[in-house]
Design a protein around this ligand. Structure first.
Ligand code: CA
Length: 238
């Protein structure tokens, strides 16, 4: 309160993955979307990692130990959400992983957006205590934060005044950055479930968001379909 700059509380991810290209691309993708990532390559390093983290992305095929044992050991210690990632498409692994306490599962190959959607979902489902500790603005890249509880948007720490529908539109489009959303999907979610009229108002609101959040996001118009919001990576231009 009374502070113009908000300290962004980023979600900290412990990434346990020995496959370097997979880990590196995932790490880069997560950082681009505003996550902090600690990357380790063995089960031993995962279990001895002492820095705090909010969620674990755990590969099952590790060089020193079975990922399922790591999952079990992590779960025995506490309730941090665990998402198992694996090249194994075997249904048995999925079931065993979930039985040992994993919260969700993604199979390789996967996209970073899919992983982010899972992270947000398991964190929403996490214990109330963990949720309240993690509550605060969501970071989208280095410049934009959205505090969904307070319905406040900040650019470089400064609040951006948005009209209610501009906020609703931004809130909807940032649920899955990079996804192409049709005009119909957007109108239905943001305006009215039974919208039959022209969608010019949507273009007006998109233009307002582009102007107000220039440099932090882009909203690309895809002709005949709809819009795609992307987060701009990299530090603010000075
Ligand atoms: Ca592996």
């Amino acid at each position: 309160m009374g502070v113009s700059r908000t300290k962004v509380r980023r979600v900290r991810v412990l990434l346990v993955e020995d496959d370097e290209p997979v880990a590196e691309s995932l790490r880069r993708g997560l950082i681009r979307y505003g996550f902090e990532v600690d990357w380790v390559t063995t089960g031993g390093a995962a279990l001895s990692h002492s820095a705090p983290y909010d969620v674990v992305l755990l590969d099952l095929g590790l060089p020193d130990t079975d990922g399922l044992d790591v999952c079990k050991a992590l779960r025995a210690r506490g309730d941090v959400p665990i998402i198992v990632i694996s090249a194994r498409s075997d249904e048995t692994d999925r079931v065993v992983g979930l039985e040992l306490g994993a919260d969700d599962y993604v199979s390789k190959p996967f996209g970073v957006r899919e992983v982010i959607a899972r992270i947000r979902a398991v964190m929403r489902r996490a214990q109330p205590r963990a949720v309240s500790e993690a509550a605060g603005p969501d970071a989208y890249g280095p410049r934009l934060t959205i505090d969904r509880k307070a319905a406040r948007v900040r650019l470089d720490g400064e609040e951006v005044p948005l009209a209610p529908k501009e906020y609703d539109l931004l809130s909807f489009l940032t649920e899955e950055p990079g996804a192409l959303m049709s005009r119909e999907q957007i109108m239905e979610a943001v305006w009215d479930a039974n919208w039959f009229g022209p969608t010019k108002t949507l273009d007006v609101h998109v233009a307002a968001l582009r102007r107000k959040l220039a440099g932090a996001i882009t909203i690309e118009a895809v002709r005949g379909v709809g819009f795609r919001l992307e987060i701009v990576e990299g530090p603010p231009a000075s």
